[in-house]
Write a protein that binds this ligand. Structure first.
Ligand SMILES: NC(=O)c1ccc[n+]([C@@H]2O[C@H](COP(=O)([O-])OP(=O)(O)OC[C@H]3O[C@@H](n4cnc5c(N)ncnc54)[C@H](O)[C@@H]3O)[C@@H](O)[C@H]2O)c1
Length: 315
């Protein structure tokens, strides 16, 4: 089987996971890693038997690198993704893809012009329980979809200082709401602010409304002393609850509570294998650059809604 030559730009906490998985997957071969911090680049290269770089431009000249994961600080994602696309590489850019919609549009344009695959690291879609929920919605196992509630709260993450909680955390759930409802929201209303952290918002309550009076509620913050990652989907006949951390799924209706069992799977491994297969076998991508752009548009509309104190129509 042909292996996809890969590289990772940004070898901090998350980039090292990308590098490890590119090393582990049989579909991929890790050729190189790059970090502006030379020590980090060297350490990751040593750990995963790849070549270290501190200059992405130089690394991207290599012909044996066909696809690249971009895992830098959020504020640098778009810049590095653009470089990789311009160098003719297929790109998986971590969320939030860019710090603003304009940068994301440029990435889409470039990928399309160069005929390259562009995807965004919306990891939640690869959690097996989410796939189960998506199927249950489509097959109306829970009746008609009424609403979905997502809670993603924890302490202030020391590492993240370049975007607020909306583009760092809530963006996962914004994408997931679009995925579960199978359409774009018609409007957004949000209350967003900063209680402990000056530079960016540290809490957000976002309500998305969809056709037919259905809603998605998103609660995100960096104010809670413990980490919670939950999704509750309410249907007319049953409720589904997913704990993203344990991957435990519960389905409750008037008669019974069921906990389907399936083996725990590493979502990032599923995501990167899918990325490789999209390039190698032209599989239909689960997440496109357009999904990234739309999630950012909604995130920015939520920030605007809170600043203006009113509902923002999205279409
Ligand atoms: N999808 C997910 O579930 C998920 C989970 C964690 C992190 N992330 C995303 O991954 C990205 C990285 O997060 P992290 O926690 O690993 O951060 P981190 O601070 O641990 O690592 C970032 C690394 O990027 C390097 N870097 C910064 N700018 C660079 C550039 N221009 N070129 C090369 N290297 C550069 C830094 O030196 C650092 O080593 C963030 O955008 C974050 O949102 C996504």
């Amino acid at each position: 089987m042909k292996q996809l030559g890969t590289a990772v730009i940004g070898t901090g906490f998350w980039g090292r996971n990308h590098a490890r998985i590119f090393k582990e997957l049989e579909e991929t071969e890790l050729m190189a890693v790059c970090d502006v911090d030379a020590e980090r680049a060297k350490a990751a290269a040593k750990q995963f038997s790849a070549k270290p770089y501190t200059n992405a431009g130089k690394m991207l000249k290599r012909k044996d690198i066909e696809a690249v994961s971009i895992c830098t600080w959020s504020a640098n994602l778009a810049k590095e993704a653009l470089k990789a696309l311009k160098a003719g590489k297929h790109v998986l850019v971590e969320k939030p893809m860019a710090t603003n919609v304009k940068q994301a549009e440029k990435l889409l344009e470039t990928a399309e012009k160069e005929g390259l695959h562009l995807t965004v690291g919306f990891l939640m879609r690869f959690i097996p329980g989410v796939r189960h929920i998506k199927k249950a919605i489509e097959n109306k196992i829970i009746g008609e979809l009424v609403c979905a509630t997502a809670k993603r709260v924890s302490q202030w993450p020391e590492r993240i200082g370049d975007v607020g909680v909306v583009k760092d955390l809530a963006i996962h759930d914004i994408d997931l709401m679009r995925y579960l409802f199978g359409e774009d929201p018609v409007a957004v209303y949000a209350k967003i602010g900063s209680m402990k952290h000056r530079k960016f918002e540290d809490y957000a309550q976002i309500m998305l409304t969809f056709e037919g009076g259905r809603s998605g509620f998103i609660e995100s913050n960096w104010l809670t002393p413990y980490k919670t990652r939950m999704l509750v989907v309410t249907g007319s006949e049953a409720i589904m609850k997913l704990d993203y951390i344990t991957q435990e799924l519960t389905i409750e209706d008037a008669k019974e509570t069921v906990q389907p069992r399936y083996p725990w799977q590493e979502p990032l491994k599923l995501e990167l294998r899918h990325f490789a297969n999209c390039v190698l076998k032209r599989e239909k991508p689960l997440i496109t650059g357009m999904d990234g752009l739309k999630a950012l548009q909604i995130a920015e509309a939520a920030l605007k809604s809170s600043a203006k104190g009113r509902v923002i129509k999205l279409r």
